[in-house]
Design a protein around this ligand. Sequence first.
Ligand code: UDP
Length: 363
Amino acid sequence: MHIVLISTPIGFLGSGKGGGVELTLNSLVSGLLGQGHSVDVVAPTNSKLLAGSKKAKLHFVEGEEQKSWQHQDYYSPVIIPDNSLLSGMIEKAISIGKKADIILNFSYDWLPIWMTLNIEVPIAHIISMGSESFVISNLISIVYSKYPNNFAFHSNIQASDYPFITNPVVIGNGFKLDDYVFQNYKNGPIGWVGRVAPEKGLEDAAYVANVLGEKLYVWGIVQDESYAMKIEKSFSPGVLEWRGFLETNRLQKELGTCRALLNTPKWNEAYGNVVVEALACGVPVIAYKRGGPSEIIQHGKTGYLAEADDRDSLLSYLKIIDKIDRKDCRQWVENNASSNIFASKVVNWLNTVIKEYQSQQLS
Ligand code: UDP
């Protein structure tokens, strides 16, 4: 299959601004290449593909970024800036896509979804967030009524944010497992990984560390400075140990030394890459029973699920974290979330989209 991928219009690949989409795109590319498919990636200038995905053809587009939807009002209208990066990426993808089997879109935005109804190449969408925009959700429902197969979700609970989707295509996610080394530390620090932004709930993990009089190791891009400073000021000095945004190899090395990862999202997390990355290193995860992580973590086996927003419940699970066998954490990822498993699910799905599209063309 020849597939053209459209990256996120928020940050170049490698910047961290695009969140989990950056790693998901890379894992998928490496899985697809490994299965012999041909892949073109259309992405913002300065984007870099990771080692396993470098054989894909990378096409750069310059332009003005979109504003992330999770940081806008739910009822905001769609804004497309002058010299739009997103429309430039779509244009480029369509010109390459004319000779390809399908275009696969990773950007959570109105324009590429609307294009589904208006171009001759089939275009499928990996929806990377829950419902974060009224206008986009409405558009998805319109496109879905004509092309019910063209949307895939990372988890069932994410898809449930779109109540009109009756039988969601759920593809999970995948990780290049060679990149993550299993470590058997039992007494390491507590970790937290994510974009430092309000929807990620860093304050609840800081609360737990503060009560224990421990440091919380924090990895990730600070997307909202004032939010980060507010948390810093709310707890004892030095509770937050800012480790910065690291590339995967260094991140997994440091993360693997933790005795637990706390995952405390305040929104309906579509999947939660960082949860699986921790498990891949053998680190058990204590997360809120909300969004993707609640479908990933096996309560009592690979970590614990606390009632959403119940910080003291996080604390009590942390006290019994040594009951988890770290090997079970790694094993779950090997059995469920390798890049090869992920690529196979995506290819099956895309084949359905292409077939449906061909039969609509004939009728
Ligand atoms: N990440 C990283 N380096 C860091 C911290 C985070 O590369 O120091 C990446 C991590 O690998 C993951 C992404 O940031 O792929 C966060 O994705 P997630 O799905 O957890 O949340 P999102 O940001 O998409 O809401």
